[in-house]
Design a protein around this ligand. Structure first.
Ligand code: HEC
Length: 161
């Protein structure tokens, strides 16, 4: 049987996930989003409910996790977006994520700022908003479902191991 390279990468990532999980419920990190290199993804906001795994997780990983992770949050407004609990308890005025209320979520406010503002997220030149921001707004309006044991990691942070 041939074992593919990407399969081995997934096992490796899963092993790190188990290592990071500690003794609480096992943490799921999962594989890299498939759409990671596609700046036009996604073309539209889903008609039905937003799916955290399919629609939201890739956006947060691609656009936010490089800076808003446990190691680097200190230099980035103190905001840590690795887990839902951290997203709701870190930053200058927690919660930056208010499930059900996108208009009260700083996580959305900073996306609407012009690039000249120091809190404009994601910082220039990654200003590819529109559909992605609307997906995040819809997801928060729908209650921001995000399983407690799912921890997000930027792929570049994983490869440093
Ligand atoms: C290149 C690094 C970088 C990326 C990528 C990035 N941020 Fe930030 N973020 C920062 C920095 C730096 C600050 C602090 C800005 C300031 O206060 O002047 C910040 C601040 C924030 C804050 C405010 C924290 C507070 O309480 O003041 C939120 C919320 C935030 N970012 C959300 C996001 C989201 C959501 C994304 C992805 C769409 C994102 N950021 C992508 C660097 C980044």
């Amino acid at each position: 049987m041939e074992i593919s390279h990407s399969f081995l990468v997934r096992i490796f990532v899963a092993a790190i996930a188990v290592g990071l999980g500690g003794c609480h419920s096992p943490t799921i990190v999962g594989e890299e989003p498939e759409n990671i290199g596609d700046p036009t993804w996604p073309l539209k906001v889903p008609d039905g409910p937003v799916d955290f795994r399919k629609h939201v997780r890739p956006i947060l990983i691609i656009n936010c996790l490089e800076c808003h992770n446990s190691k680097d949050a200190k230099e980035n407004g103190g905001f840590n977006l690795e887990t839902k609990k951290l997203a709701m308890t870190t930053g200058s005025k927690p919660p930056a994520l208010v499930p059900g209320k996108p208009d009260e979520s700083m996580l959305i406010d900073v996306l609407k700022l012009g690039v000249e503002h120091h809190k404009s997220m994601p910082p220039a030149p990654d200003k590819i908003w529109g559909v992605r921001m609307e997906i995040l707004r819809k997801w928060i309006r729908e209650g921001a479902p995000w399983p407690d044991n799912v921890r997000l990691v930027h792929p570049r942070k994983i490869k440093k191991w």
